[in-house]
Design a protein around this ligand. Sequence first.
Ligand code: NAP
Length: 307
Amino acid sequence: MTGIEYYRKIDFKKEKVFMITGNTGLYGVIGSPIRHSKSPAIYNFCFDYHGLDNVYLAFEVTEGSCEEFFRSAKTLGIKGFNVTMPCKEIAAKLCDKLSPAAEFARAANTIVNLDGEFFGHNTDGKGVVNDLKDHGVDVKDKKILLFGAGGAARAIMIQCALDGARTINVFNRNEEKLSVLKEISQEMKAKGNTTEFGFFPTGDVNALADEISDSDIVINATSLGMEPKPDTAVITDPCLLNADQTVYDVVYNPPVTRFMETANTAGCKVIGGGGMLIYQAMEAFKIYTGIDMDVKLVKAHMERISQ
Ligand code: NAP
């Protein structure tokens, strides 16, 4: 095809790239690794669907380069951005203001530019709680076992406690990070929260065996199992789990993790992190645009593009 033939074939009304103007708003996601992120597919689809003149890109940003990114984002007038691992905690420190959820979690995953000030939110916890609800599981009065003490785990612990979980036992490799979650739980208790909390190093196999057996919901909020290391998992022995339990894995790439395979073998109800991604994006999209994302439509879009 010659250049002119190609040019004549273009439908300018349908090709979004030709609609970008000097007014197009820039949004994005930062983190490392980031190239696997499904966020650009979700937000660009929604911007297009709602006729909003915005684009959404992925930026490879590490903890070390986060401060520089924040400075550049202000200079460039980036309207908002999502934050994924390993930058959520540093991002909360770099924001001008924080929502109560982000302040409690000391981690931010959604930053909106309000007249040159960065306002940080945390929508991760709601992502899991709302996805569990979508699968008929309410965290209220449940005993929950949570693996992880990073940004996602904190947000999930806080939201589950706020939504009335009976007990939350947190297991993590790094004990320093675990003690931060313990401090947060004490702050929550001091403010009247009634959830019972327990905190254990992942290496405490006796505590793990004791606490997991009668847990209603077991959640992996570590990055174990995520590409490029899909062979890793928080649990590889199906005998630790039972068929009465719901198992949730925040990892969404791959869609079925090694931990989920283990839980499937044990007969658990198993949910992957794809829904969390969409439900936390729904909260973030509302913060950016004031519009309710059509979850069913976005799920259909994500299924279609992953085929
Ligand atoms: P983060 O703040 O960096 O925390 C990482 C967590 O993973 C920590 O608890 C860390 O334990 C643990 N971990 C990492 N490597 C480990 C290993 N080799 N052995 C044991 N534990 C290990 O990251 P994050 O933002 O919380 O994200 C965690 C995961 O959630 C990522 O896979 C991310 O993609 C996923 N996520 C998914 C969604 C979604 O929408 N589905 C949303 C948010 C996050 P230590 O403290 O011991 O290092």
